[in-house]
Design a protein around this ligand. Structure first.
Ligand code: FE
Ligand code: FE
Ligand code: ZN
Length: 280
C-alpha cells in the first residue's frame, strides 16, 4: 500500500520544525516552502537544532520528500549580468542549505529570456546549472514546467529536454510538472492525460518526473497566462485531478498544492484529494 504524498506551500518564516508541525495540522505528508522571500533577498541562517527536530519528526511519521521552491526573482537567463549573478549566488547558497535536509527536492523556474531568444535562454540556464550542481550533493534540482507567459523558458517539454541535454551532472536534475502551467502551455491534461504523459515520456522521460504542482487554472488551454485556481474551481476541474492523482505514472510522486487558499482551504483540499485517492 502506498500513502499519498500531498501537501501545500508552507511559510518558512518560523523555521523547519514549525513547517513540519504546520504540515501535520493541514493533514499533509509533504510540503513546499520558499528558501527565502519569494521575491528575493537574503536567506535566514539555518538553526541546526531546529532542522534536527524537523528531521526527527519527519522520520517518525515516515513521510517522504519535501519540495523547496527557489525565489521567483531568480532568473538564470536575464539579460542583466547583475540579475544573473544574484541567480547564481542564491542558487548555490540554497543548495548548500538544502544539504541540512538531505535527499530532497529544490524546484526552480528555468527563467525568462527577456527577448534574447530561446537558444540563449537555454544556454544561460544550463550554464548556471553546470556551475552550481555538485557531484557530492544529495538534493535533486527540479526544472518546473512553465505556462509560457512572456518569454518564459520551459513552456514545452522540448525546451526542458534542451536544458537537460546540456547539464553535465545529469543525475542531479529532474522535472516538476505544474498542472496549471502545462494546461496553460497547451497540453490537454483534461481530455487526453494519457497522450500528454506519453509525450512527456518520449521527450523528457518519465524517470525524470519527481514532483507535481497540483493547481487548477483560471484560464483556458493554451492561454499562456499562469493564474492558479483552487482545485475544482478552474478550467481543469475535479474529475481531471482525480485521474491525475491516481495515474500510475504520477500517483507515487509528491503532490504540492499552490492554490489560492488559507489554511482551512488547504486542509479541505488535502482531505478531498486523499478521499479520491485509490489505496491499493
Ligand atoms: Fe513555481
Ligand atoms: Fe508551480
Ligand atoms: Zn504558476
Amino acid at each position: 500500500m502506498s500513502m499519498m504524498q500531498i501537501g501545500s506551500h508552507i511559510s518558512s518564516a518560523k523555521g523547519y520544525e514549525a513547517m513540519g508541525k504546520q504540515a501535520l495540522k493541514l493533514g499533509a505528508s509533504t510540503f513546499a516552502f520558499f528558501t527565502r522571500n519569494p521575491r528575493g533577498g537574503s536567506a535566514k541562517a539555518v538553526n541546526e537544532a531546529d532542522v534536527q527536530r524537523f528531521l526527527e519528526l519527519w522520520k517518525e511519521k515516515g513521510y517522504g520528500k519535501i519540495v523547496a521552491h527557489a525565489p521567483y526573482t531568480l532568473n538564470a537567463c536575464s539579460d542583466k549580468a547583475q540579475v544573473r549573478r544574484f541567480a547564481r549566488e542564491a542558487f548555490a547558497e540554497d543548495l548548500a542549505r538544502m544539504e541540512y535536509t538531505p535527499g530532497n527536492y529544490y524546484n526552480f523556474h528555468p527563467g525568462s529570456h527577456v527577448g534574447q531568444g530561446e537558444e540563449t535562454g537555454v544556454r544561460l540556464i544550463a550554464e548556471l546549472l553546470n556551475e552550481c550542481l555538485r557531484e557530492d550533493m544529495t538534493t535533486t534540482v527540479l526544472l518546473e514546467t512553465m505556462a509560457g507567459k512572456g518569454s518564459e523558458i520551459g513552456r514545452s517539454f522540448e525546451e526542458l529536454r534542451e536544458i537537460l541535454d546540456c547539464v553535465r551532472l545529469s543525475d542531479k536534475i529532474g522535472v516538476c510538472l505544474d498542472t496549471c502551467h502545462v494546461w496553460d502551455a497547451g497540453y490537454d491534461i483534461v481530455n487526453d492525460l494519457e497522450s500528454v504523459l506519453r509525450e512527456f515520456d518520449r521527450v523528457v522521460g518519465l524517470n525524470r518526473l519527481k514532483a507535481v504542482h497540483i493547481n487548477d487554472s483560471i484560464n483556458t488551454l493554451g492561454s499562456h497566462k499562469d493564474r492558479h485556481a483552487r482545485i475544482g474551481e478552474g478550467q481543469i476541474g475535479t474529475e481531471a485531478f482525480v485521474r491525475i492523482i491516481n495515474h500510475p505514472a504520477l500517483r507515487e510522486l509528491p503532490f504540492i498544492l499552490e492554490t489560492p487558499n488559507d489554511d482551512a482551504g488547504w486542509t479541505k483540499e488535502i482531505a478531498m484529494l486523499r478521499e479520491k485517492y485509490q489505496e491499493f
